[in-house]
Design a protein. Structure first.
Length: 438
């Protein structure tokens, strides 16, 4: 916490009894930002200190907690709320005159952008502290990208040198497909002007673990590798505890599957795209190269073919790590069914398909298993993290311009998420760790 000593003008119990202000206090006390505050104060040197750096920093965090969409909205609240000014660290004896002007906040935010590594260090410290409180943090990961619309004009129409336009953003496009009840496929395309935030989240606690902000046009697949490297560099213990990695089919890439399992020992649970070229309506399968009479489709379903050319879906029987292969059983023997061709069957009671057959399709968690389907549903945890970013932190209707400032504000929002969760745990109310506004 950026501690600011102040005389108490009223009983502390009066503040603690106010739910909104107690949430802010909880966040400020959990934030390891002392190192950043000392650097900001050292840079100021012997200059005027009309508006202390600690107070401005705390007030910006208050703007996040209280869902202020703009600095002007925050300033109005500070002007009327003496208790809030006191908690932030402003001089209580000066009243509303102590509230910084818009230009003060602009200069402070511009200065903060030069301390990108220090802000990232706060995020890393919070993650480390949370990992000591939550030993299973990071066991189950999910990645997703989110569009951040810019509401500014693409180029400023003002005088030369006017920076009110958005010069860092560009256009992004994302396509979605939906299967209709009649079997046809509906395709929708979304385009936006702005940025994109990429986040790896913990699916159990719904907390961000690694993130980055890019232009809207940035592809999602390469960002998965960068965020994994970020975790490896900043939070190796969290990455080492990771067991599953969930993602939608936008991240479907053979290299990512291989990197997760071969490089990190993490089991990928990633949606798949049909990259097989086939005639419309033709149910395509490919023969397993090492087995006769066994084939699979692009969704990972494995079939055996009898002597009459009829196929039957084989039963999944688990992953054998020592053999790096998935085991499948004869459906007739596994389910106790009758098979007319059993006496002439060309395969044994069970077969093993090495995941090297096609690592996009075969992995440590078989795609046709109930476990894979259950794990795949957990990726929606990343969407709920983004939902809080929109609704609780005001990114749905923001006024942020510029890539560096956007990254700074996303960093501060994610820091608030982690600090609030940490504060709730230490306050013996872990069941409320996802609650940001109540």
């Amino acid at each position: 916490m950026a501690i600011v000593p102040q005389p108490l003008l009223f009983a502390w119990e009066e503040i603690a009894g106010l739910e909104d202000l107690s949430r802010l206090t909880l966040l400020l006390e959990s934030l390891p930002d002392e190192e950043l505050m000392r650097k900001l104060e050292s840079d100021r040197g012997q200059g005027r200190d009309d508006y202390p750096a600690r107070a401005i920093w705390n007030s910006l965090l208050a703007g996040i907690v209280f869902q202020h969409a703009s600095v002007e909205s925050l300033r109005r609240e500070l002007s009327r709320n003496g208790q809030l000014r006191l908690i932030c660290g402003f001089d209580a004896t000066k009243g509303g005159k102590q509230v910084p002007g818009p230009s003060v906040y602009s200069r402070f935010l511009n200065k903060l952008m030069a301390y990108e590594e220090d802000v990232a260090r706060i995020f890393s410290k919070l993650l480390w502290q949370l990992s000591t409180e939550l030993p299973d943090l990071g066991k189950s990961l999910a990645i997703d990208g989110k569009a951040l619309n810019s509401h500014a004009r693409r180029k400023s129409r003002g005088r030369k040198g006017d920076c009110r336009g958005e010069h860092d953003a560009n256009w992004g496009v994302k396509s979605y497909t939906h299967n209709r009840t009649d079997g046809s496929v509906e395709r929708k395309t979304k385009s936006w002007f702005g940025f994109k935030v990429h986040t790896i989240s913990d699916t159990t606690y719904e907390l961000p673990l690694a993130f980055d902000v890019t232009q809207a046009s940035a592809a999602e697949q390469p960002m998965a590798f960068e965020l994994l490297e970020q975790l490896k560099h900043n939070q190796p213990l969290v990455l080492e505890s990771a067991e599953y990695f969930m993602a939608d089919r936008g991240y479907d890439d053979g290299k990512l599957h291989g990197e997760l399992w071969n490089g990190y020992g993490i089991k990928p649970v990633i949606g798949i795209r049909n990259l097989w070229q086939k005639p419309e309506g033709f149910d395509a399968t490919r023969a397993v190269t090492t087995l006769e009479g066994v084939a699979y489709d692009f969704e990972g379903n494995v079939y055996c073919y009898n002597s009459y050319g009829h196929r039957h879906k084989m039963a999944h029987a688990g992953f054998e790590k020592d053999r790096q292969a998935i085991k499948y059983r004869c459906p007739a023997q596994h389910y106790g069914q009758h098979c007319a061709s059993q006496s002439q069957c060309r395969i044994a009671k069970s077969v093993r398909i090495p995941i090297s057959e096609d690592q996009r399709i075969f992995g440590p968690v078989a795609r046709d298993s109930y476990k894979w389907k259950d794990l795949f549903k957990r990726r929606t945890a990343a969407e709920r993290v983004y939902s809080r970013l929109d609704t609780s932190f005001g990114f749905e209707n923001h006024t942020i311009r510029g890539l560096k400032k956007m990254k700074l504000r996303v960093s501060m929002a994610y820091m608030a998420m982690l600090a609030m969760a940490l504060g709730r745990i230490r306050d013996n109310s872990a069941e409320k760790m996802r609650s940001l506004v109540a």
